[in-house]
Design a protein. Structure first.
Length: 221
């Protein structure tokens, strides 16, 4: 095995778990890996999706301990984010999705394995956002070339909230622009993606990643 590791993407994230020797705690709960690291001739499976966002928030000085979070969507990215947020100490996570069952499945994993309280909700019509510290769009709504934005009640966004989009292209989505109009601080998907790459770089090499260089390179793609 003359390699340090590999990155994985859909549709291999879950299937690949069968072929590694160990899986990180977070990846076990997520049920998927997106990175493999070779260590002492063992293959270690991990998932950087949620941790990339945790690190992006830490860069902004945001400590997740005790925070109330609302997450839009219940796909793979949402599950990874919710799990890592719960492990990082969030007090509660509301997960909203058009298909309620998917949100319920994520909430069950979190409630069964962490101290965080997770609540699932069905996303019908224009969604009312419950009081929270952090709001995350974990859907693909707004990803280029889509120019739409999540159907939520933007009047519920306050200047005290931090609003995050996971979409890297465009970095400044209409969702974030609307949040800025409401006075909220925002974070874009580009930072999350760069931090994911930085985590992988360190896992493979043991060295600190050139994060700013990586982020600048993403901006120029």
């Amino acid at each position: 095995m003359n390699f340090e590791g590999v990155n994985l993407t859909i549709p291999h994230k879950s299937e690949a778990m069968k072929y590694v020797d160990e899986v990180s705690e977070g990846a076990k709960l997520i049920g998927a890996i997106n990175i493999i690291v070779r260590k002492d001739n063992k293959l270690i499976g991990d998932n950087t999706d949620g941790r990339g966002l945790v690190n992006a928030l830490a860069e902004k000085g945001i400590d997740l301990k005790g925070k109330k979070v609302t997450v839009l969507g219940a796909g793979g990215a949402s599950k990874a984010i919710c799990v890592e947020f719960a492990l990082a100490g969030c007090s509660s996570i509301h997960i909203f999705n058009r298909t309620l069952e998917k949100a319920e499945n994520i909430a069950k994993v979190i409630n069964s394995n962490t101290a965080c309280k997770a609540v699932a909700g069905e996303w019908k019509d224009t969604l009312k956002i419950p009081p929270c510290d952090i709001l995350v769009n974990a859907t693909s709504i707004g990803l280029y070339p889509d120019k739409s934005f999540p159907d939520i009640c933007y009047e519920d966004i306050t200047p005290q909230m931090y609003v995050q989009d996971i979409i890297p292209n465009p970095a400044m989505t209409l969702f974030l622009k609307k949040a800025i109009e409401r006075g909220a601080s925002v974070g874009d998907g580009l930072s999350m993606l760069a931090h994911q790459g930085a985590i992988g770089f360190k896992l493979w090499t043991g060295l600190e990643a050139p994060y700013e260089v990586m982020k600048d390179a993403l901006k120029n793609i």
